[in-house]
Design a protein around this ligand. Structure first.
Ligand code: AMP
Ligand code: MG
Length: 411
């Protein structure tokens, strides 16, 4: 049996990052920047008003108070988007809206709240030192400033910044395209009536959603029956539109019934092994086709499939985008509230509920974790109650309540 680390290392050694390309902003969410993005223009691009109010010369209203307001004639109005050149002559002011370009001659903005709101003549009731309520050109970023570092995974705010900086496209590694293929003669789609011996297909939906949540373009292939030719045909079809394939089922020790293993073994580039873990011992990984597309063959038990996805597929998806997590998937320490058992020579990933309530943490307590009832690898309802995996090392077979364990939060 291989250790979890050895298997992860072997997987990552095979993954080549997707080539980067210029990606339009509309499609760049979740992509990973290949190259720094620097500002080409100042941000903001021109001096503008931070308030709805009046633009004027600060020196002319230095004495203004509520009791002794300063009166100024209003020479015009500047809405946001106005591109006309404007100028405030000495002894006058202009009405100005938030985001509108500062007129020449003015050095301050008095918010409308500090005035009587006049349109021909305005009473200014407060002084405003030069620069008040003015957003300076380049005050957020100057040309040449680093906006986003290479390796950033584009989130909504990054996307907003790219747009604000005038970028219509950016060089990045795209969201990986993932296809999930579920295999099994027993599987039928939810919404159809179950005959004893059948089950409703769940892994395909769960794994495609997990890939989607991880930032991929994921889709499900229609259910594939336990038939070698059908598995090979599905893989061949799916590979043309995927950067990574996932199969579920058909890789355990059932001999000819384990059709994924039987089918892909013939191709010679996918290897099947046992990983010293529970759940998720039977694993297969390799590359297929002209593009050396990575393929994970996950075990069919739903909990095994999901845990395997979190441990092995997620890091591979990151590697496809050349993405390095700051914190990695580093475990946190937590105190077990219940005793647990674990098989010898295997690392257990028990499903648990991590109690992250702020009051515990304020009391300076180590976070507590409670293993859920139902730790078998088919128990999806138990997995759904969990928010974390409790790691029990290979050499440990029993832990008492109160023991400190490593815990991985589930996505
Ligand atoms: P297998 O890995 O094909 O031997 O399947 C192991 C267990 O997982 C069996 O109980 C299967 O019925 C179940 N299983 C396999 N594939 C799926 C699936 N796509 N959805 C739900 N359960 C599955
Ligand atoms: Mg099966």
């Amino acid at each position: 049996m291989d250790s979890v680390e050895k298997y992860i290392a072997e997987v990552l050694a095979e993954i080549r990052p997707l080539p980067s390309r210029e990606i339009a902003l509309a499609d760049v969410l979740g992509a990973v920047l290949d190259g720094d993005v620097t500002a080409q223009w100042p941000l903001p691009p021109f001096d503008n008003s931070a308030m709805d109010g009046y633009a004027m010369r600060a020196a002319e209203i230095a004495s203004a108070t509520a009791d002794n307001p300063v009166s100024l004639p209003v020479s015009g109005e500047i809405p946001a988007g106005s591109t006309a050149p404007n100028r405030v002559e000495p002894g006058t002011c202009m009405q100005i809206m938030t985001g509108a370009a500062m007129p020449g001659g003015a050095d301050t903005v008095v918010p409308v709240e500090a005035t009587d709101g006049g349109t021909a003549v305005v009473q200014i009731r407060e002084a405003a030192p030069a620069g008040s309520s003015v957003r300076l050109k380049g005050g957020d970023a100057q040309p040449g400033d680093l906006l986003l570092a290479s390796g950033t995974r584009i989130g909504p705010v990054h996307l907003g910044l790219l747009a604000a900086a005038g970028r219509a496209t950016v060089r990045a590694r795209p969201r990986p395209r993932v296809t999930v293929i579920s295999t099994g003669d027993e599987l039928i789609e939810p919404g159809t009536e179950l005959i004893p011996g059948q089950i409703w297909e769940s892994n395909g939906k769960m794994l495609a959603a997990a890939a989607q949540q991880a930032g991929c373009d994921a889709r499900r292939y229609p259910i594939v029956r336990d038939n070698i030719a059908a598995v090979l045909a599905a893989v061949e079809t799916a590979i043309s539109e995927a950067d990574l394939l996932i199969t579920s089922g058909g890789v355990s020790m059932g001999g000819e019934h384990d059709v994924v293993k039987a089918a892909l073994t013939t191709l010679g580039t996918v290897t099947f092994r046992k990983v010293a873990m529970q759940p998720g011992m039977p694993q297969g990984f390799g590359t297929l086709g002209p593009g050396s597309t990575p393929i994970f063959t996950l075990p069919g038990n739903p909990v095994s499939a999901y845990v395997s996805f979190c441990l092995f597929v997620l890091p591979a998806l990151d590697a496809l985008q050349g993405y390095e997590r700051e914190r990695g998937a580093s475990p946190l320490p937590a105190t077990l509230t219940k005793a647990v058992r674990s098989p010898a020579a295997k690392r257990s990933f028990l499903r648990g509920v991590l109690d992250r309530r702020a009051d515990n943490q304020a009391a300076g307590q180590v976070t507590q974790v409670t293993p859920v009832t139902g730790q078998a690898s088919h128990q999806l309802a138990s997995l759904a109650r969990a928010n974390a995996l409790v790691i029990v090392p290979e050499e440990i077979t029993e832990l008492d309540a109160g023991a400190v364990v490593d815990v991985l939060e589930l996505p």
